[in-house]
Design a binder for this molecule. Structure first.
Ligand code: NJP
Length: 223
């Protein structure tokens, strides 16, 4: 039976591309993001291997319901990719609106925790895999104090989760890309990763021999 991967932030960028690559590798995919129409288009292109489940990662119950629907539809949930994330229009601590900081923390930190919380009962059953989108900004210091700090959180969490999940045969991976060519952010740099590069990294971790856990992938463009 094909395995099933649940992806948050699946309407565009890294999430949508990971869905395409996962289907190429024989996975079923359940796609979660707020933009229902775009999500439906991504799923529609992937046929019966995909289902779209519109929702917001800041709503813990929406994640529980969506994962139950995905597991019911495909038979199991074998991996969850907590990838939804957002940035700030004005980086740094001195500038910017507090409401925008709060919204970003809600998505990048609380949304990731809600995703993991909803995922764990399914992953325990399947001895499955939790993959998190971190960032190069969670591995080194950048001039983006608050966004970068949310990604340091993801990296700290991932390491601890890898230890916790190991007790019952589960795996946890954090993927840390540098700049990626998606709608997320344009710094004008010519040397960017493509979403496909990150998607390939996710599938590398998922397809690794179950005796091993790829705990972290730190991926930078090479130019
Ligand atoms: O960007 P984008 P990426 N509830 O904007 C979704 C990290 N990263 O693929 O809800 C549910 O194409 C949003 O969908 P929608 C970054 O921090 C990036 O580059 O429909 N979903 C969309 O599908 C993030 O964690 C770079 O608006 C929500 C997706 O999130 C991840 O990569 C570098 C949501 C964002 O897709 C994917 O970003 C790096 C919510 N409340 C790390 N809010 C980079 N691009 O340079 C947003 O190191 N989404």
């Amino acid at each position: 039976m094909a395995k099933t991967l649940f992806i948050t932030g699946a309407s565009t960028g890294i999430g949508a591309e990971t869905a395409r690559v996962a289907v190429d590798h024989g996975w079923n995919v359940a796609l979660f993001a707020r933009s229902a129409e775009t999500l439906e288009e991504v799923a529609g292109d992937l046929g019966r291997a995909a289902m779209s489940l519109p929702g917001d990662v800041t709503d813990p119950e929406a994640l529980v319901t969506a994962m139950e629907r995905a597991a019911g539809h495909f038979g199991s949930l074998d991996a969850v990719f907590a990838n939804a994330g957002t940035g700030l229009s004005t980086p740094g601590t001195e500038a910017g609106a507090i409401d925008e900081w709060r919204a970003m923390v809600d998505v990048n930190i609380m949304g990731l925790l809600y995703t993991a919380r909803a995922a764990l009962p399914h992953l325990r059953k399947s001895r499955g895999h939790l993959v998190l989108t971190g960032s190069a900004a969670g591995r080194r210091h950048i001039k983006g104090s608050i966004y970068g700090a949310t990604k340091w959180f993801v990296h700290g969490y991932a390491g601890n989760m890898a230890e916790e999940m190991r007790d019952w045969g589960g795996r946890c991976t954090v993927v840390a890309p540098g700049m990626v060519d998606t709608p997320f952010f344009d710094d004008g740099a010519p040397d960017k990763l493509q979403p496909r590069d990150v998607a390939d990294a996710v599938l590398h971790a998922l397809n690794a021999d179950p005796r091993n856990c790829v705990r972290e992938i730190y991926l930078m463009p090479q130019n």
